[in-house]
Design a protein around this ligand. Structure first.
Ligand SMILES: [Zn+2]
Ligand SMILES: [Zn+2]
Ligand SMILES: [Zn+2]
Length: 763
């Protein structure tokens, strides 16, 4: 059975009003008195349009549910396609409850054409919108290159503020403008079976300068969404070896003398994006012309892909303008900077394909994006970041969403879905959907077996606290999956605790790098050749950039975006990496202490500012007597602070990270060749503290030192921990007092406390 909205629309090219009348009479339709000419009929399957307003494009789309056929009037009158059609009204959803809002600069002709193509009420002023009945919750905004950007933004802000679903269309009297309106307004539904991405254009990016329109036979692409992401703007977009650039073909409207608002590549053919892909600027390899897109829906997810004005980019250079000639009926474009990841993509596809009208899907997405990703520009202003370009009532029908139907509560997890029960598309995509209780109670993790990539989002729709969860899955389209897909409840707090720890540790990374790589630094000199590996590892900025990048992604902090399996895998890798770094730093410190018997304080004190004010009171790590600490601050980073303790009674000299106190529980004594020391460590830091500690009995240059494998510790924020370290003591030592140093690295901060231990009798 055909979907009710599916059809082919025949556009008859007529030369003048007389021919138009002939077509209308043949269709038993009389033109509305006020309509003048050049107009079609709402819901009609045949639309007469004056000849010069329709470019010589034979077919737009070729799947039968959306095909625009342009024929000559002679062919039509001779009994060609559409001749026997009755005036159809199957596309009722496109006609009712629609308000048309033409912004300044849109011509009367364009308004008239729009009104007659899709019906609805034309609003002469946006202020009138508020007086309309509630059923007009759908607005088609018409704009033109002459529309001031401020007017456009004001209209969008007002509509967003009133929770109205809307779509925008550039409406002008150019050939492309007319064609764009025809395409966008004549089709009610389009079926989507799959999703292509920017790299899929690589095979299609053949520049054929002889083609003047979108032609060709039926194609599978007519039933796919094209999802484009990458760096770009309204003029071009580049990613994964493909540059979408309208300059791929010379255009009649672009004379070399009139290149204002266009990239220089439009004039000289040298594309600045090509070198980013390792190609010569003059190369046409990988260039893709938006006019040749065969996709009914194109998602332009670069930054600022919706042109608002003729400045700074002239519209004749924009992707959307070129797409007017393509097979696209609708697009989603961005305003301002747009943050894009797998969850964002999952959310947009889920809303678009879950049966909502186009305008509603984008409105729901925007609300979700603002709640999950926080204010971006211009979401901060209350609208965007995405704008539906096309008829707001368009519906995308899709088999990509697999409704699991069941209502799940927290107790039902983990949920395991056999891979072969998931209907993957040809390209290996599927979106699972199910209902659940409030998402706050259900933070989930996703195990997606390789080579599957998965992302999940949740959204609360309606007031009954019920949320929908969409899980978007993407395989490589070739490898069969053996393991099931698993969804489980995630101990989110433990991941968030890790992130706080990483943030707490960041200031110390620079400290250690400086200390180890300063060419004439005493630490590097003392470490000698043995320390070279440590210096190379710690001196690298790699960990810093990994941590900064990872923390900036806010991997576990987005409401409504559930951590994916790759997020969790990355988390483990990052934590491991950081853990190893702390071990490495501790190795360097131990090496320094063993070689020099030195106190690390002397290695860095000349690089820090000694605070003249009181450094606060600390308890002596040995006798617990209150003693005042010396406070040192980094000149470059005030959060990089060090505290030096020196007990005037027991002679303990120490350095501790701020807000961390250490105490030796009992007098430290050695017996039977082993020394066991018990410590208590108390943290008043706001993040939990993670690190390693060890003991070194210094040799005092009498013999070799003694040390032991470091102990790993985690202390909760504001928590306390007791731990003991056993140190084997070498035999044959001369009796006497030896320095015993507790050395550690906690969240990157140095712990070095020198006690004294009396060695009486060793075996
Ligand atoms: Zn960007
Ligand atoms: Zn270019
Ligand atoms: Zn003391």
């Amino acid at each position: 059975m055909e979907p009710s909205g599916s059809r082919e629309v025949v556009v008859v090219r007529v030369a003048d009003g007389a021919e138009e009348l002939a077509v209308l009479q043949a269709l038993n339709v009389s033109p509305r008195p006020a309509s003048g000419r050049n107009v079609g009929q709402a819901g009609a399957k045949v639309v007469p349009v004056v000849n010069h307003l329709v470019p010589a494009v034979c077919r737009i789309g070729s799947a039968h549910d959306y095909a625009l056929r342009v024929i000559d009037v002679s062919e039509f009158l001779a009994g060609g396609p559409g001749r026997s059609e009755q005036r159809g009204c199957s596309d009722s959803c496109l006609r009712h409850e629609l308000a048309i809002l033409p912004l300044a600069g849109v011509t009367d002709q364009a308004i008239l054409l729009t009104e007659h193509l899709c019906g609805g009420a034309v609003l002469s002023d946006i202020a009138l919108y508020q007086g309309l009945p509630g059923s007009f919750r759908k607005v088609l905004v018409l704009f033109s290159p002459q529309t001031p950007a401020d007017d456009f933004c004001r209209a969008l802000a007002l509509l967003a503020q009133h929770d109205v679903s809307f779509g925008v269309l550039s409406a002008d009297d150019s050939d492309r403008g007319r064609l764009s309106l025809l395409k966008s307004l004549l089709f009610a539904t389009v079926e989507i079976r799959d999703v292509d991405q920017i790299e899929d254009l690589a095979s299609q990016a053949i520049v054929d300068r002889s083609i003047t329109g979108a032609t060709g036979g039926p194609s599978d692409r007519d039933r796919r969404i094209l999802l484009l992401s990458g760096h770009g703007n309204s003029v071009d977009l580049g990613g994964r070896g493909v540059v979408i650039c309208p300059r791929t073909r010379p255009d009649e409207s672009r004379s070399p003398g009139n290149m204002t608002g266009l990239y220089p590549c439009f004039a000289d053919g040298l594309c600045f994006r090509q070198p980013l892909f390792g190609r010569s600027p003059a190369s046409v390899e990988g260039l893709s012309d938006p006019a040749l897109f065969r996709y009914p829906v194109v998602l332009l997810l670069g930054c600022g892909t919706l042109p608002l004005d003729d400045r700074p980019f002239h519209r004749s250079g924009t992707i959307l303008w070129r797409m007017a000639e393509s097979g696209a009926l609708a697009a989603v474009a961005t305003l301002g900077a747009f943050y894009h990841d797998l969850n964002v993509e999952a959310a947009l596809l889920s809303f678009l394909l879950d049966g909502h009208e186009f305008g509603t899907a984008v409105r729901l997405f925007n609300a979700w994006h603002r709640a999950s990703y926080g204010p971006t520009s211009p979401a901060k202003e209350g609208y965007g970041p995405l704008v539906a370009v096309g008829h707001p009532g368009l519906r995308l029908k899709s088999s990509l969403i697999h409704d699991l139907g069941a209502f799940r509560t927290e107790e039902d997890f983990p949920v395991s879905i056999p891979s072969d029960a998931i209907p993957f598309s040809h390209k290996g995509r599927a979106i699972l959907k199910f209902r659940s209780t409030s998402v706050e109670r259900l933070p989930m993790a996703l195990h997606a077996p390789r080579p599957l990539k998965g992302a999940a989002i949740s959204v609360v729709l309606g007031a009954d606290d019920e949320s929908l969860i969409f899980v978007a899955l993407q395989t490589d389209g070739m490898t069969a999956l053996e393991e099931p897909v698993e969804l489980s409840v995630l101990p989110r707090q433990s991941f968030e605790r890790d992130l706080a720890t990483l943030r707490d540790a960041l200031p110390y990374l620079g400290f250690w790098r400086l200390l180890l790589t300063a060419a004439s630094g005493p630490l590097a000199a003392a470490l000698g050749p043995e320390g070279e590996r440590l210096v190379a590892d710690i001196g690298s900025l790699e960990l810093e950039s990994i941590l900064l990048g990872y923390l900036s992604a806010r991997p576990f902090e987005k409401d409504g975006a559930l951590p994916t399996s790759s997020t969790i895998a990355v988390h483990m890798l990052v934590m491991d990496r950081w853990r190893n770094w702390q071990r490495l730093v501790l190795d360097a410190v131990c090496l320094y202490v063993q070689r020099t018997g030195g106190f690390l304080f002397h290695a860095w004190q000349k690089l820090y500012a000694r605070s003249c004010s009181d450094g606060g009171h600390q308890k002596c790590p040995s006798c617990t007597r209150e003693t005042s600490a010396l406070s040192y601050h980094s000149h470059t980073d005030p959060s990089d602070r060090h505290q030096i303790l020196h007990c005037t009674v027991c002679g303990v000299l120490g350095e501790l990270p701020p807000a961390i106190a250490v105490r030796a529980c009992d007098p430290i004594e050695a017996c039977h060749g082993t020394l066991t020391a018990r410590f208590e460590i108390k943290s008043e830091r706001s993040a939990s503290v993670h690190g390693f500690l060890t003991l070194i009995r210094e040799s005092w240059f009498h013999s070799l030192h003694d040390t032991v494998e470091p102990t790993e510790l985690i202390i909760e924020a504001g928590g306390e921990r007791a731990f003991s370290i056993s140190l084997p003591i070498s035999g044959g030592l001369a009796p006497g007092l030896y320095p015993l140093v507790l050395v550690g690295v906690l969240n990157g901060g140095l712990v070095q406390v020198r006690y004294h231990v009396s060695i009486v009798n060793t075996i």
